[in-house]
Design a protein around this ligand. Structure first.
Ligand SMILES: [Zn+2]
Length: 245
């Protein structure tokens, strides 16, 4: 018997049918067609299961991202790819449960793990930028010299599903913090890891949301509290550099 669920941080799937082949599609929600999906499967039999997606090409060249605990992810590998719409996985009784996703997920619990490594470091400070419409905290990190004259602004997840950039920024920041480089004496980095934090945690596509997504909200009358807050924050900060993902 096969059971599928997605009721966890970042989960997203629609089950079409559970037979010899499991048929699925990504849950588009309020976006136009996009490719994000993330689900957990339990299969108590030792056998191969083919997963076939029914709404466009949504399996990348390395196959799905894959995890046994929903926290630590890696790529399942190109040998798992049948075509751009399907992949195959062999369940074994040691691990009847496995998680699969379009790409390596990065959720709030990943960020908390990252922060734990550096929370006692005096050059890393945590704040809240604002609350979202759903009253979630939007985390803001200040990394470096609190009295710096020069500031850098980084933000990611304007499109909720674009998780890989968080691994890149995590690597960059970990390198700078561990090194406690002269760079961080000179600059203060202001980092908003999840602009659309509700979308990230809900497992939304985020890209192409109706009426428009967070990336398209830098307009005269923004509709999201977080983009209003970023516009205000950056105007006051006057950073020497910024990167928006
Ligand atoms: Zn984007």
């Amino acid at each position: 018997m096969i059971q599928i669920h997605s009721d966890y941080a970042g989960g997203n799937i629609k089950v079409i049918s559970l037979g010899e082949v499991v048929r699925l599609e990504q849950d588009i929600r309020d976006s136009y067609w996009w490719f994000y999906w993330n689900f957990c499967v339990r299969c108590d039999e030792e056998r191969e299961v083919v997963f076939e997606f029914m709404h466009g090409e949504v399996v990348g060249p390395w196959g799905p991202a894959y995890s046994l605990d929903g926290i630590n992810w890696t790529w399942l590998g190109e040998q798992s790819v049948m075509n751009a719409k399907s992949f195959v996985y062999r369940f074994n009784s040691d691990h009847p449960e496995a998680y699969f996703a379009f790409s390596l997920p990065y959720q709030l619990h990943h960020l908390e793990q990252f922060y734990e490594r550096f929370q006692d470091n005096s050059i890393v400070r945590r704040d809240t930028l604002c609350l979202t419409e759903k009253k979630s905290d939007v985390p803001l990190f200040l990394i470096g010299n609190a009295n710096a004259q020069e500031h850098i602004f980084l933000s990611s997840r304007h499109h909720a599903c674009e998780s890989t950039v968080n691994y890149v920024l995590e690597g960059l920041l970990a390198f700078l913090i561990a090194d406690h480089s002269a760079f961080l004496d000179r600059f203060c980095i202001h980092f908003v890891p999840f602009v659309d934090i509700d979308g990230v945690e809900n497992g939304d596509q985020g890209k192409g949301r109706a009426p428009h997504d967070h990336n398209r909200d830098y307009i005269d009358q923004p509709i999201y509290a977080v983009t209003r807050a970023i516009m205000r924050y950056v105007r006051e900060l006057r950073p020497v550099a910024g990167a928006v993902y």
